[in-house]
Design a protein around this ligand. Structure first.
Ligand code: SAM
Length: 293
């Protein structure tokens, strides 16, 4: 089974582990494997990985993301056109929680629409990049599985590839998000499209043949010499994701599979024009908490 480099935070064209390339990174080259990883191990590993790799992630992807754009995915789906959170004019005055915010590019766009975002991330270093770029909204360093907010604090929540691809218990995160939303609130989140799991993480023709079972939920883990996870990604099938959303008490309003646009010539791990024209790379779930909840 091909496991190397299956990373959402991976480099645009190479599948080599990037940890040793960062100045702040450890010397070792992690071993990529497939094995179980529970909530605590996944959370600890990913906090460390994003802290060590935030600088490189922002250098690599900052231009594509833009400091104050709201980009949902490597396809370049932009909230300006997608309006998945609703028409921009209706965002004015809304309180919005951005989960797995990274450098909080989306929160900056939300602020420009007159919304009041709070940007949350598990990685302190990612939030330092949010500080560096600037903004007038609060930054909160916390795990999406334990949101430090009172019930019904937000009108909307959003997450562009934040947290959900990495957590061992997505229902826990979704239940937390629903709790902090007001009745009638909406949560929109993008994740790696589950079909990608079955293909090698390669942008070229070698990435077009099935190499793994779509149904094998065993997490992708990179681990150190002592077997401690240093990066974890969790796979859910489309059906799993739908059941997770429903189990958390949300209503699924839409499931968007962004198509690869002709203007986008960039490659990002296994996301590329070649693959993007053939199979989906991203799934965006639009969920609502019922008004009468
Ligand atoms: C692929 S990055 C996306 C960042 C940003 N949304 C963007 O589009 O650039 C994933 C982010 O999720 C954060 N993250 C991972 N696990 C998390 C968790 N359990 N709770 C909160 N944030 C988490 C990481 O620190 C990282 O900043």
């Amino acid at each position: 089974m091909e496991t190397r480099g299956r990373r959402v935070g991976g480099k645009s064209t190479t599948r080599e582990p990037i940890i040793q390339e960062s100045e702040a990174a450890e010397e070792f080259e992690p071993e990529a494997t497939r094995r179980r990883a529970d909530v605590t191990e996944s959370s600890r590993a990913n906090r460390g990985w994003w802290d060590r790799n935030a600088d490189e992630y922002q250098v690599e992807h900052g231009t594509f993301l833009g400091d104050d754009r709201f980009v949902w995915s490597p396809e370049g789906l932009d909230e300006v056109e997608a309006e998945l959170l609703g028409p921009p004019e209706e965002l004015k005055g809304k309180s919005v929680l951005e989960i797995g915010a990274g450098a909080a590019q989306c929160s900056r766009w939300l602020t420009a629409q007159g919304a009041h975002p709070v940007a949350l991330d598990i990685s302190h270093r990612q939030l330092q990049h949010a500080l560096r770029i600037g903004g007038t909204f609060p930054l909160v360093c916390a795990d999406a599985g334990a949101l430090p907010f009172a019930d019904g604090s937000f009108d909307l929540a959003c997450s562009a590839y934040g947290a959900l691809p990495f957590v061992a218990d997505p229902v826990l995160v979704l239940t937390e998000v629903r709790r902090v939303l007001r009745p009638g609130g909406r949560f929109v989140f993008s994740v790696t499209h589950p079909i990608r799991w079955a293909f090698p993480d390669e942008p070229g023709p070698e990435g077009l043949s099935v190499s793994a079972s779509y149904f094998d939920r065993t997490p992708y883990v990179e681990q150190d010499e002592e077997g401690h996870a240093v990066y974890v990604e969790h796979h859910r099938t489309i059906g799993d994701r739908v059941r997770d959303v429903v189990a958390a008490g949300f209503r699924l309003v839409d499931l968007v599979e962004p198509e690869w646009p002709s203007w986008n010539t960039s490659e990002w791990g296994g996301w590329s024009p070649l693959r993007g024209n053939l199979i989906p790379g991203t799934a965006v779930f639009v969920c609502e908490r019922d008004l009468r909840d």
